[in-house]
Each structure stands twice: as C-alpha cells, then as structure tokens.
Ligand binder design. Structure first.
Ligand SMILES: Nc1ncnc2c1ncn2[C@@H]1O[C@H](COP(=O)(O)OP(=O)(O)OP(=O)(O)O)[C@@H](O)[C@H]1O
Length: 250
C-alpha cells in the first residue's frame, strides 16, 4: 500500500500541496487526476523520494520514504516526467546497470533482463545506444528500467504522453498484466479513456488536496454524471462547468 499522510509543499511561498492525504490499495491500479498545475507531478516526486515534503510523510509498504529511502527504492519502480536515458549506453548496458544497482547479479540478473526484454518487446532496440530514441522507444526503456527488479509498487507520471497507438496499447496491456501479478500501480493522466480502461480507483486533486476519490462508478454516482470526463470536471473545477453544453458534441 502507498500511504500519503498530510503532505504540504510550497514553492517560493506558494502552497502546491495542502495536507494532501490518500492511500493506494495493494494490487490495484489508481489514477491521479487534476488540472494542469494541480500538483500531481509534485506529489509523485515526493512519493518516489525525488523531492522532500515540507511536512507530512509517505509510506510505501510500511516504509517511511524520507527515513529509509534505500528500502523504499527497492520496492518501487518509477516512470517519471523527465526521463534521462544514458545516451552512450545500449539498452542492454543501461538496464544491466540499473538491475545491478538494485542488487541483481548472476543468473537472477540474466533472468530479469530477459523477462523485461520479452515483456516490452525490446529485441530490436536491445543493442542500440539510446541516443536519438523516439518517445515510444524511450518509454519502453524507462518502463523496463522501472520493472527490472520487479517492484511491488509502480509509479508513472503521464506514461502515455506522446505515444502512438501501438506503444500506448503495449503500455496499457503491461499495466493490466502487472496488476494481475499483484503490483500496486499509481499513475497520473489527462486521458479519460485510458483512466476508464485501467483504473480500479480514481483520485481527483484540486487546491492541493483530494477533492474526490473512488471507483469510476462511484465517482459517476457521486457527481450524477454519466461519463468520467464530466465527473472529473465537476470535481476538479466545480459543478458549473461539469456538464457538457448542448452545443458541444458528445
Ligand atoms: N521546482 C519548482 N519550483 C517552482 N514551482 C514549481 C516547481 N515544481 C512545480 N512547481 C509549481 O507547482 C505547481 C504544480 O506543478 P506540478 O508539475 O506538480 O503540476 P501537475 O499537476 O503535474 O501539472 P501538469 O498536469 O501540467 O503536468 C505548478 O504551479 C508548478 O509551476
């Protein structure tokens, strides 16, 4: 389980997260929604230990991320918003390096590399240096890096941004398979169709807090809307703009 407990974060005196609290249940896919600038990336960066909260704490499977970052990292895979691949390394070298950092070696390392290579269809990229990789190719390598040590928790910040149809489909299928295997997944997105397809639970952020949460069906029932986009808009921006106007095509 991921537990976010009353987190505050300010940038230059402006509060972005305001006693933000939520939990992400084990073995489920949870989507984090919010308008541009709502604080999703800030929240995800705090969960992954890349950024420190001003107050509050995050626990990953019971481990306090700020107090024991190494233990937290072992059970965490991250696909972030600013992916830095090491351009001089081949995919094989890059993934080997990250797997070793996670403590894998010998046969276990070989098995882990083979597993992500097959799962993410990396054969053609395997011996290529990552310099010049397309958005979709970078995503595959980032996801492979996040998964190579088979973490219990996976965090993804807008993972399908910039992906073509097939790459986005591969990513969605991979997430659904990981859920079947028991991985706990939290991802941010602006794409309502993928949120509907993937999510067991949806969390809506506004004003630095969670303003709505539940299964997609619960959010529809709570807002009285008949689709997730309207429910999101109602929760994130207020009821006045929640429903589509008559002129706007559905
Ligand atoms: N390092 C920083 N310094 C100053 N302000 C920052 C910093 N990081 C984030 N912010 C501000 O915090 C707010 C939340 O940003 P964040 O990137 O978390 O939003 P988001 O919900 O991920 O947005 P988007 O959907 O556009 O990606 C924004 O107003 C942003 O400008």
């Amino acid at each position: 389980m991921i537990a976010v407990e009353s987190i505050n974060k300010q940038f230059a005196g402006r509060r972005v997260l305001d006693h933000l609290s939520f939990t992400v249940p084990d073995g489920q896919i949870t989507a984090l929604l919010g308008a541009n600038g709502a604080g999703k990336t800030t929240c995800l960066r705090i969960i992954t230990g890349l950024l420190r909260a001003d107050a509050g704490r995050v626990r990953l499977g019971g481990v306090d991320v700020a107090r024991d970052p190494m233990a937290a990292r072992r059970q965490l895979g991250v696909v972030g918003d600013r992916e830095g691949l090491y351009e001089r390394l081949t995919v094989a070298e890059y993934l080997t390096m990250f797997a070793r950092v996670q403590g894998l070696c010998g046969k276990e390392l070989d098995r882990a590399l083979q597993s992500v290579r097959e799962e993410l269809e990396l054969d053609e990229l395997w011996q290529r240096r990552t310099r010049g990789f397309s958005q979709g190719e970078r995503m595959k390598v980032s996801l492979a890096r996040a998964l190579v040590h088979r973490p219990r928790h996976l965090i993804l910040d807008e993972p399908t941004r910039g992906l073509d149809v097939l790459a986005a489909r591969l990513l969605r299928r991979t997430l659904l398979r990981l859920r079947q295997q028991g991985t706990t997944i939290l991802f941010s997105s602006h794409v309502m169709s993928e949120v509907s397809e993937l999510s067991d639970r949806v969390l809506v952020m506004a004003g630095g807090r969670i303003v709505g949460g539940g299964s997609p069906a619960e959010l529809l029932a709570h807002t009285g809307c008949d689709n997730l986009e309207d429910a999101f808009v109602t929760l994130a921006y207020g009821a006045a703009v929640g429903k589509r106007t008559e002129e706007e095509p559905a």
